[in-house]
Design a protein. Structure first.
Length: 135
């Protein structure tokens, strides 16, 4: 005689991120849906960062959020690739949180870029000076 053991299957878990992704994709299509999520996350992050800044005019506020969104649009692809490569999180799920985090971290990211550009400029000057002196 063989004994069959019935294991109770757990209920499937549906994350809110899958629901939001599904709604965006079904509404806007497979290309525009994820893009809309990325854009929404970037705008939300930009507004979050703007809230921490001292009062500014509407135009300055718009420029601030615009730069935050542009920065998030430029860096989210590589950030999502890294998340996908080193975690079990699918890239399409990481789009909105990563774009939000990048836009919200705008000030820190721009300071880092400024330091990197400064270091690169110093390096180029040093190389040019050594070439000029024949060293």
């Amino acid at each position: 005689h063989s004994v069959h053991v019935w294991h109770a299957m757990s209920e499937p878990q549906t994350s809110w991120a899958f629901v939001v992704l599904g709604l965006a994709t079904s509404t806007l299509g497979p290309t525009l849906g994820p893009f809309a999520l990325l854009l929404f996350g970037a705008i939300a992050g930009g507004l979050l960062a703007l809230g921490k800044e001292p009062a500014m005019s509407k135009g300055e506020g718009f420029r601030y959020v615009f730069v935050s969104v542009a920065l998030a649009m430029a860096l989210t692809g590589i950030a999502v690739w890294l998340v996908e490569k080193y975690t079990a999180i699918p890239g399409n799920i990481a789009l909105m949180p990563m774009s939000l985090a990048i836009a919200a971290g705008r000030a820190h990211i721009l300071k880092l870029v400024e330091r990197l550009v400064g270091a690169l400029g110093t390096f180029v000057e040093a190389v040019a000076a050594s070439k000029g002196t024949g060293k």
